[in-house]
Design a protein. Structure first.
Length: 367
């Protein structure tokens, strides 16, 4: 694969992105790529910086440093951090949904999908009232908008409720309507912020089906923030993991799932599974870490600049050795530090589960 092909394969390139809020470094030197036609998931514990990354991509925040490049299928590229906010959906073709549903709840489902196409319709009217009645271009655009709205209502399995107010829909259906509305803008990159939050298993399955349909049958690539690991593991092609604003893992779902740094930072798997995986990688120290629970001293909210800081901390090791890690080090960094310790081969071979039950949970709860 040559360099040009690789460039075209990347719909989104995030390079050395940093976002600071006063003394708080919410994102620190983050780089990753989302490939065209794939579902890329951005995961990490609460406060890891996922929504901040979305806000930088979609123009809500201007990053402190770094470059965000959107490569459209027609070969044009846009530096999103330099594009005015309103041009990001219109020119770069990036659409997003939010953690909190933002539908027009008093409008019908159909009206919600037509409003999303307002710009296209206004353009076709020539921006005049006369245009609304006189231009054949407007009538054609209007018919196309209705057709597109109907298409996405069908895809979202909502066509039977087209004339109901959006606010009357069950929660899972509202989530699908939001995605349908975003798809009516014809995005090349669809950014979804926790689309499965609050869904029951049946609604979650319907969401997975809709997202797989988008992936397989449209040219739209998906970037997804999600806490629901059943969604992430089932539909993602590529997973990027953040902790304290830094990338700690990047790969396919299977490799990320078994990465000890991820397990230590973001316990999105069953307790038994955590122990099995850690035993397989021979790291009993991490299991002990998990039993201690979340590292409140290093968590968000307790430090005004927890990514930076030369202060060091000395951590006792079960075999009497001592590992020095930076005081602000994340659990992932501590796992890395321990991984560098010399170990006797015989000890590695005989590593056994401790039999202790891991009690640590992902930091914080869902919003
Ligand atoms: N506008 C802001 N001003 C100050 N701090 C902010 C702002 N937005 C985000 N932060 C801080 O940046 C850090 C990352 O927040 P962010 O919401 O991006 O995390 P997240 O990974 O999306 O979390 P969650 O999973 O809970 O949604 C947090 O410490 C948060 O308090």
């Amino acid at each position: 694969m040559n360099a040009t092909t690789q460039m075209n394969d990347a719909i989104l390139q995030v390079e050395h992105l940093s976002m600071k809020f006063g003394g708080l470094v919410a994102i620190g030197d983050l780089s990753f790529t989302a490939r065209r036609g794939e579902i890329t998931a951005l995961i990490g514990p609460n406060g890891a910086g996922k929504t901040t990354v979305f806000n930088c991509i979609t123009g809500f925040y201007k990053p402190s440093e770094g470059m965000i490049t959107l490569n459209r299928a027609d070969g044009s590229s846009y530096l999103l951090e330099r594009l005015p906010n309103h041009e990001i959906p219109a020119r770069a073709k990036v659409a997003r949904t939010f953690q909190n549903i933002r539908l027009f709840s008093g409008m019908t489902l159909l009206e919600n999908l037509l409003v999303a196409q307002h710009n296209k319709l206004m353009k076709a009217s020539g921006y005049t009232v006369l245009g609304l009645f006189g231009f054949s271009g407007y009538r054609k655009a209007s018919a196309e908008s209705m057709e597109l709205a109907r298409h996405w209502l069908e895809k979202a399995d909502l066509v039977d409720r087209a004339d109901d107010p959006a606010g009357d829909l069950p929660y899972g259906a509202q989530r699908r309507l939001e995605i349908a509305r975003a798809m009516c803008t014809g995005p090349e990159l669809l950014c979804l912020d926790e689309p499965a939050a609050g869904l029951n298993p049946k609604e979650s399955a319907a969401l997975n089906e809709l997202l797989m349909d988008i992936k397989n049958n449209t040219g739209t690539s998906i970037l997804l923030i999600e806490h629901d690991m059943s969604v992430v593991m089932q539909i993602s092609d590529h997973v990027v993991v953040l902790e304290y604003g830094r990338k700690i893992s990047d790969g396919n779902p299977q490799s990320v799932r078994t990465d000890p740094r991820v397990i230590a930072a973001y316990l999105g798997v069953d307790d038994e599974e955590v122990e099995t995986v850690l035993t397989e990688v021979g790291d009993e120290d991490v299991i002990e870490q998990l039993d201690i629970g979340p590292d409140a001293a290093h968590g968000p909210g307790t430090s005004s600049s927890y990514l930076a800081g030369p202060v060091t901390d000395t951590v006792g090791h079960s075999e009497g050795e001592r590992v020095t890690v930076s005081k602000g080090a994340s659990k992932a960094a501590q796992v890395d530090a321990r991984a560098n310790l010399p170990r006797k081969p015989s000890e590695r071979a005989t590593a056994k589960p401790t039999g202790k039950s891991s009690t640590a949970k992902p930091r914080g709860g869902r919003k």
